[in-house]
Write a protein that binds this ligand. Structure first.
Ligand code: PLP
Length: 408
């Protein structure tokens, strides 16, 4: 008898964005004349930078000729891309990362979701609340949680991010083995200083723990004093893995390219306390279960690091940051308390005691603007909404005018 992985039965039945889509569809059916503006799901809306498109085309042309055609590539990514990443994203900023520590993949979602496979079923996992749901759900699937009680899974250490702690994850009371951090943060849009991040590196070193650092929104950091990589912190190479993505940096959500950094110094332990190289383990896992990102896509990603590509991707991110600024100004004018949106595409708005789904419904029905209810990201989000800056300037301006008109 073929039996189910019982852990899957513990997952919450419906996915946040499916619930939102259902509500929006119902509203649209009842109000066909309303032009809905979506500031909910974190997907980019603008075209790929032209430097990337040109490189993408050239890559396809190479595939069209027997002489330059390529079949399977290296599972870890082509050297041309790994070297550009190591040099431009890390070494140029004083962070020590070499090309062979980079694993190119088709998404930070898969990588942040898959990485937990390398660890024992009984490691203690610490997850921020609110959180990008992938970290939690993949640990549920792997059997690291008990039952769901009062909005929380038994067995998980929740690190609360609240107004009181400036939305920085609270340190776990006891020792933890696997710690998920995400900065700039989804959903709160907050960032972390070098001094605060150094405390986490210190905690991981003291507790022989590992940090999974998700830097998918690194390109939105404009404050030069903030760390763009955890490897800017001394001692992080022994205790941290970093995830990056071209999705939000260069509009690759539909093109798919990302990468994970696993430093060679990073060690984990077997049941006898013997050290095992995490780099070796991830290499084994990645090359067994993954067959590489397509060649033209890797060429398109490489173009992000060209002179022209760097200017274009910065302009792309600046466009969304300007949207974020408009949203921040509106929230400010209307007296809402919020964080994020300055080095991040997300603005986390306090509903002032209002339930997040109620806030979502009110915005939708009064203005036709779609946001994301904070409850979908965890218990600490139940009185917040997330507004995303990923849309056209015209739509963001129109959405803000509607909000001012209806709620002002
Ligand atoms: N990590 C975070 C924090 C995200 O918000 C997202 C996407 O929204 C991802 C990872 C996924 O990135 P990718 O498109 O590379 O799979």
């Amino acid at each position: 008898m073929i039996r189910v992985n019982e852990n899957y039965k513990k997952l919450k039945s419906s996915y946040l964005f499916a619930d939102i889509a259902g509500k929006v569809a119902t509203f649209q059916k009842e109000n066909p004349e309303t032009d809905i503006i979506r500031l909910g799901i974190g997907d980019v809306t603008r075209a790929l930078p032209s430097a990337c498109v040109r490189a993408f085309h050239a890559g396809v042309d190479e595939m069209a000729d027997d002489k330059s055609f390529r079949g399977y590539g290296p599972e870890q990514g082509y050297d041309f891309l790994r070297e550009a990443i190591a040099q431009k994203d890390f070494q140029a900023r004083g962070a020590e990362v070499s090309a062979d520590e980079i694993f190119v993949s088709d998404g930070a979602k898969c990588d942040t979701g898959n990485f937990q496979e390398l660890f024992a079923e009984d490691v203690i996992v610490a997850i921020p609340d609110p959180v990008y749901p992938v970290y939690l759900d993949t640990n549920i699937m792997a059997g690291r949680t008990g039952e769901f009680n009062d909005g929380r899974y038994d067995g998980i250490v929740y690190m609360e991010c609240t107004r009181e702690n400036n939305f920085l994850p609270s340190f776990p009371d006891g020792p933890c083995d696997l710690i998920y951090l995400c900065f700039p943060n989804n959903p709160t849009g907050t960032t972390i200083t070098k001094a605060e991040l150094a405390k986490w590196v210190g905690y991981a070193r003291e507790n022989k723990a590992l940090i999974l650092f998700d830097a998918a929104y690194e390109a939105f950091i404009r404050d030069d004093s903030l760390p763009r990589s955890i490897y800017e912190i001394e001692g992080a190479r022994e205790v941290a893995v970093e995830f990056r993505s071209f999705s939000k940096t260069a509009g690759f959500t539909g093109t798919r390219c990302a990468y994970t950094v696993v430093p060679k110094e990073c060690m984990i332990f077997d049941k006898d306390g013997e050290k095992i190289s995490l780099h070796g383990l991830w290499n084994r896992r990645h090359s067994t279960k993954f067959n590489g990102v397509s060649y033209p896509v890797q060429r398109a990603a490489e173009a992000v690091y060209s002179e022209e590509g760097a200017i274009q991707t910065r302009a792309l991110v600046s466009y969304y940051l300007k949207n974020a600024d408009l949203i921040r100004n509106t929230m400010d004018t209307m007296g809402f308390d919020f964080v994020g949106g300055d080095n991040s595409p997300y603005i986390w708005v306090d509903g002032n005691g209002r339930d997040s789904w109620e806030f979502f419904d009110m915005l939708l029905t009064k203005t036709g603007v779609v946001c994301t209810p904070g409850a979908g990201f965890g218990k600490c989000g139940r009185n917040y909404i997330r507004i995303s800056a990923f849309n056209s300037r015209e739509n963001v301006e129109a959405a803000m005018e509607r909000i001012k008109g209806a709620l002002g």
